[in-house]
Design a protein. Structure first.
Length: 442
């Protein structure tokens, strides 16, 4: 099994603690079945034989499928017909250690993922350990590499031999393969995320704006946005980022930013957006269950209230603020346990003629924070400081290239490219019939 990339965001906690581990070459464990109850619960146990691992897997799967059907006979029939599994010797699984198997884009249990995972669990070097987190844990837990098991809210999509798991509730994403030796997963056939520019209008007039937005900028046609949403739904794209301009200014007839968000959400695509004008946000009760998250651009301390009061992501464009301003902003955000996204400077649009403020100190300042904020960086900053970041975290936790798993659609001009800040010569006409072909070239 290989993990290509993880975007953090999962939140799990349990009392019983069951683990799937891969043993190093040459290490063998035998079954150790100590059950004081008739379920897979708190007791330490070791499942290494195919027979015992299959029983455990079927028990997990039966628990998961029972959420779809009340009738146990139907559950047993589904398992037998879909997977050829006999459920007569299954045990209940403690609810804190039950797996929530990923679903398809439209909400069905993903049988292909289940089959691939089932084949993986039956491998000789894969062992299942049981225990609980109120003790020192299973004595053999440190002998192998522990895996993340399916989490609540995930949908799954397969691309060749690689799976991508995406959590619609938390935004967490992981790319994995159940095969042991593969070439790195460097490019998806279908984008996971698409940035959609819905307006070129913005009244801020920032001298460094890489989109060169103006107060007279145009709006995307809502009709075009419907066509884009329908295409991305068919392709099972996980999420969109609605950008601009100032996206919250969007207006086409009686359609507003909230209508655009619902347009994508109703098609199973999580809509996110970014803003420099949080006072324009729709009421929180209208956004609930619609928007994934909202990035609020912060350039001074007076901007902080919008993030601290709404639990939104604070986006800090480096190159536009001084070191002292950065320290004041991040210190206050960290005290409020706010998520922080640092944006590298972009030399396009008006950014070409603006002289950015040096920010080679940002890692040192981040290291001084003594509170619990999650710090993220965009691809521009990650590429610029790749070597320094690698000293702090593995490369599976960040990306340095655009256009490999995401792309950009300018719905105003109906053009597309690898990113919203790419050289304009890289933009091509957007056409549904050639979308994937053009994406493959980025």
């Amino acid at each position: 099994m290989k993990i290509s990339n993880i975007r953090l965001g999962f939140a799990t906690n349990s009392s019983s603690s069951h683990s799937v581990i891969i043993l190093p070459r040459g290490i063998k464990l035998t079954d150790d079945l100590i059950y004081e109850s008739d379920s897979y619960g708190w007791e330490n146990f070791t499942l290494s034989s195919t027979h015992e691992k299959v029983k455990y897997f079927v028990s997990q799967l039966k628990t998961a499928i029972s959420a779809f059907f009340d009738d146990e006979l139907i559950v047993d029939t589904v398992l037998r017909e879909l997977f050829g599994i006999d459920t007569c010797k299954t045990r209940p699984v403690d609810h804190q250690s039950a797996w929530a198997f990923p679903k398809t884009f439209d909400g069905r249990l993903h049988s292909q993922f289940v089959s691939d995972f089932f084949a993986f669990v039956k491998r000789d070097d894969v062992v299942i350990l049981g225990g609980n987190d109120n003790s020192d844990g299973h004595p053999d837990k440190g002998m192998g590499k522990e895996l993340l098991t399916p989490d609540y809210g995930c949908i799954a999509r397969k691309d060749g031999d690689w799976w991508t798991l995406f959590n619609r509730a938390h935004g967490a994403k992981m790319r994995i393969s159940f095969l042991p030796a593969l070439e790195p997963y460097r490019k998806s056939t279908v984008p996971e995320n698409v940035e959609v520019n819905i307006t070129n209008r913005c009244g801020k007039g920032c001298a460094f704006c890489y989109q060169s937005s103006t107060p007279r900028g145009r709006m995307a046609s809502y009709k075009n946005l419907i066509s884009i949403a329908n295409l991305l739904q068919r392709l099972e794209v996980f999420e969109v980022t609605l950008g601009g301009g100032e996206p919250l200014l969007y207006k086409d007839g009686d359609k507003t930013i909230l209508d655009v968000m619902k347009l994508f959400r109703n098609r199973g695509i999580v809509p996110n957006t970014t803003t420099a004008s949080p006072h324009l946000l729709p009421p929180a009760q209208e956004l609930a269950g619609v928007v994934g998250n909202i990035g609020v651009t912060i350039r001074c301390v007076t901007d902080l209230a919008a993030v601290l009061s709404t639990c939104r992501i604070a986006q800090i464009p480096l190159g536009t603020i001084t070191r002292d301003e950065f320290r004041m902003i991040t210190t206050n955000l960290a005290k409020g346990y706010s998520s922080i996204l640092l944006l590298g400077y972009k030399n396009t649009g008006r950014g070409k003629s603006y002289t950015p403020i040096p920010y080679d100190w940002w890692l040192e300042e981040i290291g001084k924070l003594s509170y619990g904020s999650r710090i993220s960086v965009d691809t521009v900053l990650a590429a610029e400081y790749k070597d320094a970041i690698l000293k702090l975290c593995p490369d599976i936790l960040f990306s340095t290239e655009e256009g490999k798993f995401s792309c950009y659609i300018d719905a105003v001009e109906m053009r597309m490219g690898p990113s919203s800040f790419c050289d304009k010569s890289l933009l091509v006409s957007f056409d549904q019939s050639t979308f994937l072909q053009e994406y493959s070239r980025f």
